[in-house]
Design a protein around this ligand. Structure first.
Ligand SMILES: [Zn+2]
Length: 111
């Protein structure tokens, strides 16, 4: 599964929208504030990204809140275990699948 990174700054209103969008679509991501994270800032420069929000999905970069493109590139969503509510990452390209919660060992099917 691809990792999702979101480059943000605290003052950017579109970053808040981007985070809400990821949450709404059950996408797990790592947020990096480029004003405080020097490594993230370097990665942005290396990829030629000049503004936030910017998404890194696997090897692809999406600059700005291009929701359709993000959804197209992301290959997982987060589901909650029906027993203990632990959050699990499941692939989106396999349809309905059976997963086992690593925390409570409950097996359940994704919708
Ligand atoms: Zn569980």
């Amino acid at each position: 599964m691809k990792d999702v990174t979101l480059f943000t700054t605290q003052t950017c209103p579109h970053c808040k929208t981007a985070k809400a969008f990821l949450k709404q679509n059950h996408i797990q991501y790592v947020e990096k504030d480029v004003n405080y994270d020097a490594a993230a800032q370097q990665e942005m420069t290396r990829r030629g990204i000049r503004g936030v929000p910017a998404f890194i999905i696997g090897d692809d970069a999406v600059i700005g809140l291009d929701q359709a493109k993000v959804l197209e590139l992301v290959d997982h969503r987060v589901v909650a275990c029906p027993n203990c509510q632990a959050k699990l990452r499941v692939p989106t390209d396999k349809g309905k699948i059976s997963v086992r919660c690593p925390k409570c060992k409950t097996s359940f099917e994704t919708k």
